[in-house]
Design a protein around this ligand. Structure first.
Ligand SMILES: Nc1ncnc2c1ncn2[C@@H]1O[C@H](COP(=O)(O)OP(=O)(O)OP(=O)(O)O)[C@@H](O)[C@H]1O
Ligand code: SF4
Ligand SMILES: [Mg+2]
Length: 382
């Protein structure tokens, strides 16, 4: 049975095959920063999410990766409308969710679920697991008798690898990995189409991480689920992602099919993130490339390209002009590989070290040299 047929069999709503499950378009969230206790006034804006666009297909996993504070969780919360966007659009199966009233949004929530990093914080300590799983089933009218509710609770425990008797226990009686399984079971209780997984394995031991990632992958195949999988570490998404979006200070700087991103990263920031993954490879050519300086504040993000304060290739252009996310002319990449960098066509290939540390004063000269070398190689080849 294909994914579409499976989805229909478990009672999920099905969009036209060509419509992505989720379409996020130019999404913006600015948080006002206030000062003063009595006469509080707005003194600035945290630009947590600043013009973010992507879509997710049915059965696809899009990973959203970036350092702490770059806006990943805010993006996830905007998609579930746990936060109101400053501007931009979020469409679920073609329907805009920004304008939905409370009742319509409650119905929509059935299809959009979230799993958190710390499942314990999101599980009610005074409810048994059985009560906790029954709650959304009753709220959304997904079972019409007590026996049907209990059967569904047992089924949910079984699909996440827990036992029927676990329904009588309380959250504190479970291990970290088991609690994350409970968080997943609760998300699945309403038969969702899309789950935002916000760092679901970051707090778990490495051995348990793999089990939870495997479980999420199996459930995806079984139920045709789509995931937005949030992580701060590229290593975590290597096995689960179909595509990866790399975020830096509220913006997506690279979006690519997973294999392409790992084999041929384009953006200097993606390259530094990849080089930070420990690899026991004696033949590895590229050195660890730690970007210079601290992550700037999203309250006063740098002008132009936000990465320019840490990029070894920054030129004067980078300081004034914000580069658009585009499919660059670098050869060997697919049309779906996008990046936001003015100099991407003239940067050295990913197999070469691109420069470690703080901004190099002669970046423009080196870029010109690389451009010359590349043109010469092209002329010789053709
Ligand atoms: N409710 C809020 N009010 C004000 N600022 C906020 C609020 N929520 C988030 N922020 C700010 O927005 C920025 C992005 O936060 P967000 O939680 O989305 O980042 P993140 O990428 O998920 O980080 P982490 O990896 O640490 O979870 C941060 O600077 C954060 O301080
Ligand atoms: S070269 Fe310029 S545009 Fe590209 S990442 Fe560096 S600072 Fe940004
Ligand atoms: Mg977060």
């Amino acid at each position: 049975m294909n994914m579409l047929a499976q989805a229909q069999a478990v009672g999920m709503s099905v969009a036209a095959p060509q419509t992505p499950v989720l379409q996020v378009d130019r999404l913006v969230k600015h948080f006002p920063v206030r000062r003063g206790v009595v006469f509080s006034r707005v003194v600035g804006q945290v630009r947590a999410v600043d013009d973010v666009s992507f879509d997710i297909a049915r059965g696809e996993t899009l990973a959203l990766v970036g350092e702490s504070g770059c806006g990943k969780s805010t993006t996830g919360r905007l998609i579930l409308r746990l936060l109101e966007p400053t501007s931009g659009s979020v469409r679920f199966q073609g329907q805009e969710i920004a304008g939905l009233d409370k009742q319509a949004m409650r119905r929509m929530r059935r299809h959009l679920q979230i799993i958190f990093q710390d499942p314990y914080a999101s599980l009610n300590p005074r409810m048994t697991v059985g009560q906790m799983l029954a709650e959304p089933i009753i709220l959304h009218g997904l079972a019409d008798s007590e026996a049907a509710i209990q059967a569904r609770v047992r089924e949910l425990l079984s699909v996440v690898g827990l036992l029927p008797e676990h329904a009588r226990r309380y959250p504190h009686q479970f291990s970290g990995g088991q609690r994350q399984r409970l968080g997943i079971a609760r998300a699945l209780a309403v038969k969702p189409d899309l789950i935002v997984c916000d760092e679901p394995v970051s707090a778990l031991d490495v051995s348990i991480q793999a089990q939870v990632v495997n479980l999420l992958q199996n459930l995806q195949r079984q139920f045709g689920l789509s995931y937005l999988f949030i992580a701060h570490d590229l290593a975590v998404v290597k096995h689960i992602a179909d595509r990866v979006a790399v975020m830096y200070l509220g913006k997506i700087v690279e979006l690519a099919p997973k294999d392409e991103l790992f084999q041929a990263p384009l953006h200097p920031y993606t390259r530094t993130l990849l080089s930070a993954i420990p690899r026991p490879d004696p033949h590895r050519k590229t050195a660890r490339q730690i970007p210079g300086g601290d992550v700037p504040s999203p309250m006063n993000p740098p002008s132009g390209c936000r990465f320019h304060t840490r990029c070894a290739w920054a030129t004067d252009l980078c300081k004034v002009e914000d580069p658009a996310l585009r499919n660059p002319d670098v050869g060997g990449i697919t049309a779906g590989h996008m990046t936001a960098c003015h100099h991407i066509e003239t940067l050295p290939p990913a197999s070469e070290a691109i420069g470690v540390g703080a901004t190099a004063p002669n970046a423009a000269k080196r870029l010109a040299l690389y451009a010359e070398r590349r043109a010469k190689a092209k002329a010789e080849a053709g």
